[in-house]
Design a protein around this ligand. Structure first.
Ligand code: LLP
Length: 386
């Protein structure tokens, strides 16, 4: 879809760069808000790890979402973008002391705690400040998700969370500490999940745990089910906005939320993925023995998902009207895994053409590296290139 890109503007810019269509982002956020408004006590946080670009964070904050952070750097980015501290949660299996202190000093809403030693450190650091920190426990629900092994997180074998058997003990320990206040349970089973049945399995597990807690007269005010809603990488134009209606309806139908409870979501990919493309220039077309290579100026340093997870990103030659030919599309990095796609059909490619790698708004720019002493990619929004 050439019409969606300001190609003349692109030609004046140094490539590679990320391009973010803010209309898609704003429409996505509007859809989230419309769907969430159908349910009482549903609250959506944006998982900053998906993309911490300050221009996008500002738009997301303006739409009223909270921020889910997994490092001190992300907490800083959220605060800088104007997210109110009372809408920031801080998760992560290895929080350093300075990161906990940053959260405490800024009075963030909640720490999602992943181990007993971490709970004790938060209590200690809060005591020094004469504060009481809200904590939620991340419970590993041992629920599998039908997604790539590297991005499943909710199985007993994964490093994340506190096991279900330990939950009671952790809650008991917290109740004996003076500077932490236990407010909720946190879960996250994986990412790029398209089968609503996986979320149903999580709901069933949470229902069981809630019954156990109630039997012990333990009150939980917040249930946080993490993120994970997937997007359609194959059809970014046909389905630019994920199916939020089914997603929230699944939780509404299957999770037995108590009347006093709030249900939190931490969506990353579903919020920003479809608004972003990596725009790259063709450096060379090389004739191999039995194939053609399109060699781009973008590589795995700019978008690592294909190399790391064999992830698919739709590619388009946005500057060619020539007939379709088949190419292996590769980057310039000195690694054999620096391949964006094999046997990719593209409109006839020549040096200087612009190639768009679609659905790159989540886990794209944020995962870029300087390997090979490369510069990090720039970014532009559609607002800036109008
Ligand atoms: N909450 C927690 C605790 C998480 O660990 C994650 C993602 C999210 C929320 C947001 O998940 P999402 O809604 O974006 O699926 N780099 C990988 C994805 C890693 C996801 C890690 N955790 C990729 O490029 O596919």
């Amino acid at each position: 879809m050439k019409g969606i890109f300001p190609i003349e503007k692109f030609r004046q810019l140094r490539t590679p760069f990320y391009y973010y269509d803010t209309n898609v982002l704003r429409d996505t956020l509007a859809c989230i808000n419309t769907e969430v408004a159908k349910y009482e006590h549903f609250d959506v946080h944006y998982a900053v790890k998906a993309n911490a670009n300050s221009k996008l964070l500002t738009i997301i904050r303006e739409a009223g979402l909270g921020a889910d952070c997994v490092s001190g750097g992300e907490v800083k980015a959220a605060l800088q973008a104007g997210f109110p501290a009372e809408k920031i949660v801080f998760a992560g299996v290895g929080k350093a002391d300075w990161e906990i202190e940053l959260g405490l000093d800024n009075n963030i809403f909640c720490f999602n705690v992943e181990s007993i030693p971490e709970l004790e450190v938060i209590d200690e650091l809060a005591a020094i400040r004469g504060k009481v920190a809200n904590v939620a426990f991340r419970i590993n629900p041992n629920v599998g998700a039908h997604t790539h092994a590297n991005i499943t997180t909710g199985l007993a074998e994964n490093k994340f969370g506190i096991s279900m058997q330990d939950m009671d003990r952790v809650i008991d320990i917290a109740s004996n500490l003076n500077n932490v206040n236990f407010i909720g349970l946190h879960f996250h089973i994986g990412s790029q999940i398209l089968d609503m049945g996986d979320f149903v399995a999580l709901c069933n597990r949470i229902n069981e745990l809630q019954d156990k807690l109630e039997a012990r007269h333990i009150a939980v005010n917040h249930i946080n089910v993490g993120g994970g809603l997937g997007i359609d990488y194959h059809h970014p134009n046909r389905q630019p906005i994920p199916d939020f209606a089914s997603y929230f309806a699944t939780y509404a139908a299957h999770l037995k939320l108590r009347s006093h409870q709030t249900l939190h979501f931490e969506l990353g990919r579903a919020v920003t993925c479809q608004c972003g493309s990596l725009i790259s220039k063709v450096l060379y077309v090389k004739e191999g023995t039995n194939k053609k290579f399109a060699i781009l100026d973008a590589g795995m340093t700019d978008l690592i998902r294909p190399a790391l997870y064999q992830a698919f990103h739709k590619m388009e030659n946005i500057t060619s009207e020539l007939g379709v030919e088949t190419y292996d599309v590769v980057g310039p990095i000195c690694e054999s895994s620096d391949v964006f796609g094999k046997a990719v059909d593209l409109n006839g490619v020549k040096r200087g053409d612009l190639i768009a790698l679609r659905s790159a708004g989540a886990y794209g720019e944020i995962m870029a590296s300087a390997y090979n002493c490369r510069e990090l990619p720039q970014s532009y929004t559609s607002d800036e290139l109008r």
